[in-house]
Design a protein. Sequence first.
Lengths: 328, 264
Amino acid sequence: MSAKIWIVLQQRDGKIQKMSWEAVRAGQALAADLGGTAEAVLLGSGMEEAGNEVGQCSLGSVHVADDESLAVYTPGRFARALEAAIATAQPDYVLFPHTYQTVDFLPGLAQSLDAALVPEAVSFETVDGSVVWQRPVLGGKMFASVRAKGPGPVLVSLQSGAFSADELEKGSAPIETLSLDFAAMSADREILRIEEAIAGEVDLSQAPVIVSVGRGVGDAEKIPIMQELADALGGELGASRPVIDSGWLPRDRQIGSSGQTVTPKLYVAAGISGAIQHLVGMKGSQVIVAINKDAGAPIFNVAHYGIVGDLHEVVPAVTAALKEASES
Amino acid sequence: MRIAVCIKQVPDIEARLRVSGDGTWIDEEDLSFVINESDGYALEEALQIAERTSGEVVVFSLGPERVREALRKALALGAARAVHLKDPAFLGGDSLSTGRALAGALAAGDFDLVLTGSQSDDVGFGSTGTVIAGELGWPHAWLVMGVELDEANKKVKVTREMEAGMNEISNLDLPAVLEIQAGLNKPRYASLKGIMQAKKKEISEPGPGDLGLAPESLGETGAKIEVLSVAFPEAGKGAQIIDGDAETAARTLVEKLQKEARIL
Ligand SMILES: Cc1cc2nc3c(=O)[nH]c(=O)nc-3n(C[C@H](O)[C@H](O)[C@H](O)COP(=O)(O)OP(=O)(O)OC[C@H]3O[C@@H](n4cnc5c(N)ncnc54)[C@H](O)[C@@H]3O)c2cc1C
Ligand SMILES: Nc1ncnc2c1ncn2[C@@H]1O[C@H](COP(=O)(O)O)[C@@H](O)[C@H]1O
């Protein structure tokens, strides 16, 4: 029995994002492992160009659901369209990029299909024809290996960076129209507008050095020691989400999946555990230094240099050492 | 408005974690437990809406005996009563079977709004609220950073986070499930009076039969995924750890940034 693998791509204004290409690569790899075929699915309105772009990958086919009603994403329409398509074609695995949009509708799709749901997979292994997925738990401190049980499709969302879009196999895939009863699908929310969340006063993307503050700093009164380090390095302050949520720094300093993405020459993370939502915003930095009292914090897996210790001692010591070095 | 909030009790993971005997989870013996971060924001939002609309907040949690402490805390913060799904048949589920159980308990409550957190800090499925919505047949929104009720309390205007600093603003018909993201309000602290009053508030403990749910559709048995093992990430490829007291380590770091990484 050969496996049928579907990859549902996400696009915005006809543009396909990187995470979707990573998902296509994952689908190709899974198909190769299981001896099956990978096929892409694209939902939207005016999808001709995007469909052709996907068609340049090595895939069995590209199924395009092109309808006015899919121009703007709503979970109701997207989940119902996919539910109908999956029920008919019966793929064994359906892969998605683990984006905020996917997380918004995928559980509802799994539930209506009575399908297994594996959110946020970062890798897989095939063991005797069954697939074991690894996914982060406990803030990325540990990873769980999970497997679907029972019959029915397995729906998997893939975390950013888990697979490499650079390894995508090129080819030529036929484009097929996914004809569905769009009129029967209704939106379950009325979209009023899409707008910028943060009035971007601080553009951290250009900063050569970022000193980033995590919850480990303890409270707002301790921010000045971080500012002094940033000043000594000629850099800017950044922060993890809880620091912003607590009101210790303004929202335009947030780094991560719902904040800014930065790639400075030097990124110093102090009191930051290294949850994936933070890592996606900074892991492209040239040199990463982590200061954390917990030697098991996942930030040490992406950092180049690490100091295990209390940031209230280490951060002022680094500031002092920098001053010392510049004087000598 | 009648508002339900689903709160999950999760381990405080700053502690040293150890893999449990059977290898499929962590040893919970020496851990302390807290209310899941985003659920705390969901509870605060519910309490504020209830105060504005002379409504009532009921909290729901699925989990073993220890979860009672989290429910007591929510009652101390202002929830009127609590529902604890503690029957062993409920436990060990994935988001589908956990959501099914919670929806079963919520269905009888005649709620206008169900609030959940966006993601649990332990298993992190980010799915349970959406499953609850599906079971109830209600609209939902994940990653909610703003909740605004219309005057008739028939609709809610929701601000939902998207990637890269964008927000989606939409209207949902009530009843609805909103999955609250951390940061949309400022959670309160419990008062002494609240803590005293909480002792008298009801915590009911319905079993699967009371909710009309078949035990085999619940918990570990009803789950569609199974956890084979948990493990720490492979060591080796991580950071170069700089040893020594703070001063020594700081000096070594600066030297390495100058001479090895050549970025200063
Ligand atoms: C949909 C979604 C989107 C998100 N978007 C973002 C985002 O854009 N950006 C983001 O950052 N997060 C985001 N998050 C949150 C993310 O999952 C983590 O919760 C968050 O990054 C954790 O922040 P933290 O590392 O500062 O805090 P914690 O995880 O609490 O870590 C604190 C760390 O400080 C250390 N520490 C404590 N005291 C000290 C001390 N004295 N000295 C040294 N170290 C100390 C601890 O060992 C610990 O490792 C998002 C979450 C979700 C669900
Ligand atoms: N066992 C539980 N008891 C109560 N609420 C839960 C439980 N599991 C999940 N939830 C709710 O669902 C949200 C998302 O959880 P999860 O799908 O595990 O990431 C949480 O923030 C809670 O509000």
